[in-house]
Design a protein around this ligand. Structure first.
Ligand SMILES: Cc1cc2nc3c(=O)[nH]c(=O)nc-3n(C[C@H](O)[C@H](O)[C@H](O)COP(=O)(O)OP(=O)(O)OC[C@H]3O[C@@H](n4cnc5c(N)ncnc54)[C@H](O)[C@@H]3O)c2cc1C
Ligand code: HEM
Length: 404
């Protein structure tokens, strides 16, 4: 436990660090990657360039510091991040590297204002926060490796089938190279893929939600090609689409993530997705039909039009069950879409529509999609009085704030 004086120093300096938050963490990454370029094999370079990861890490360290005398209170957040760390392969030996460079960066940016006493207090605080992560992650590593069909780190999977689902989304069916069993997962969870790309100095790790139900002898992921307009094309998604062929090997870590379907409940479920955000919802929908066929499910998917609308036939098949209703929203339908009635509603999902069509009073809501989509859904649900414990969502990138 920290001394009271140390706790006071930390809490009183949090606002100063918050003010310089991004400057400090930008400097931190420069210093750390300068001394440890091997860490570029783990970190997402595009997130770095867009400053997204900077915000996530800075925000969490300061939030944690405010709770330094009661870290239990932020355990759910620690667990969420720990899932991602475990999936990426972050190990205890990485923590002192981050700690050392964070303190160096604080000293660098604050100059004389960062007295030895302040730096010492933050060193102690960081170690406590790091210990909390390390112990949660140790349990997760243990579970990932020892469960039935589980494994440690990255395991080779063969691309058994590659299926084009729309103009921009392709599914990959992955089977283990060793032909042994694979760990089960909870619908909503993701795997990480570590990609070695010819000509690239570093490996690139990305997460992909599992888009089929558990209990198969494969994992399915469905990947959207991220085409950059002004920016470079997405590295891994384009490589998967263009270069990875059936029979190729991919390195995969065991399923992770705390965005999970609660099948203990029997109340209605509403699954809302925008674009490729439908992947975890597909896993949830399939599972609900398989193991809770009497549960009321509403599947709502928003896409630009049928050209980019993936997995529609699977959803239509599953919607034959009386308890499952599905709705497709297109914001830019083609003439053909209109002629063939390929969508239910033109435009975006609105609060009024939700109020009219779904069980706002008792349903659990799961959603995923582009951040503006997620903000709009979150706002609508809050306006309709849905409490936080019935709102569940996943970011397909560093976690952010939907209330901003
Ligand atoms: C939990 C989770 C689940 C996910 N599930 C899925 C899924 O089921 N399906 C799926 O398709 N994706 C999913 N994702 C997203 C996926 O992990 C990747 O982020 C996505 O495939 C893009 O990776 P990439 O390597 O192609 O693009 P990156 O190279 O990482 O680039 C990302 C974006 O940044 C832009 N960019 C690149 N370089 C720069 C630069 N220098 N400056 C500015 N912008 C730049 C690119 O144009 C691109 O739009 C998930 C993510 C998470 C966190
Ligand atoms: C107490 C220390 C740490 C904190 C508070 C922290 C916090 C975070 C947060 C908030 C995220 C984003 C999670 C998400 O969006 O889901 C994240 C992701 C990540 N963390 Fe940590 N982290 C810590 C330590 C480390 C260490 C020691 C490493 C490895 C050297 C590391 C590597 C990563 C990587 C690679 C990601 C994925 C995002 C990306 O690649 O851009 N973290 N961390």
């Amino acid at each position: 436990m920290l001394e009271q004086k140390t706790i006071e120093i930390i809490k009183s300096t949090v606002p100063v660090l918050e003010k310089h938050g991004e400057t400090i963490t930008t400097r931190f990454y420069q210093l750390m990657f300068g001394n440890h370029p091997e860490l570029l094999n783990i970190f997402n370079h595009a997130n770095q360039k867009q400053g997204r990861q900077q915000k996530a890490l800075a925000g969490t360290v300061y939030a944690a510091a405010m709770y330094i005398d009661n870290l239990e209170a932020i355990l759910p957040v620690v667990k969420q991040i720990a899932h991602k760390h475990r999936s990426l392969g972050i190990k205890p030996e990485h923590y002192p590297i981050v700690g050392k460079h964070l303190l160096l960066a604080i000293k660098d940016v604050l100059g004389d204002a960062a007295t030895d006493e302040i730096i010492d207090a933050w060193g102690q605080a960081y170690n406590l926060i790091a210990d909390a992560f390390i112990s949660v992650e140790a349990e997760m590593y243990e579970e990932a490796a020892t469960q039935d069909g589980g494994w440690d780190g990255f395991r080779n999977f063969v691309v058994d089938r590659k299926v084009v689902e729309s103009d921009v989304i392709t599914s990959f069916y992955l089977k283990p190279e060793d032909k042994k069993g694979i760990a089960t997962f909870i619908p909503g969870q993701y795997i990480s893929i570590k990609m070695e790309i010819g000509g690239e100095e570093f490996t690139h790790i990305r997460q992909y939600s599992l888009s089929d139900a558990p209990g198969r002898d494969y994992y399915r992921i469905s990947v959207k090609r991220e085409a950059g307009t002004e920016n470079p094309d997405g590295m891994v998604s384009n490589y998967l689409h263009d270069d990875v062929k059936e029979g190729d090997l991919l390195k995969v870590s065991a399923p992770a993530g705390d965005f999970i379907l609660d099948t203990e409940k029997n109340t209605p479920v509403v699954l809302l997705s925008g674009g490729v955000g439908l992947t975890p919802m597909m896993s949830m929908l399939k599972t609900l039909v398989e193991i809770q066929p009497s549960r009321e499910v509403t599947f709502v998917h928003a896409a630009a039009n049928s050209n980019v609308h993936a997995l529609r036939y699977e959803v239509e098949e599953l919607s034959k069950l009386e308890t499952v209703k599905s709705f497709f929203f297109y914001d830019s339908p083609t003439e053909e879409d209109r002629m063939n009635n390929r969508f239910d509603v033109e435009g975006y999902i609105t609060r009024e529509w939700l109020e009219d069509k779904v069980s706002v009073d008792n349903a659990d809501f799961y959603f995923c999609g582009p951040v503006p989509f997620m903000k709009a859904i979150n706002r609508s649900l809050k306006d309709l009085g849905v409490k936080e414990d019935r709102i569940h969502f996943e970011f397909f990138g560093p976690m952010g704030n939907l209330e901003e």
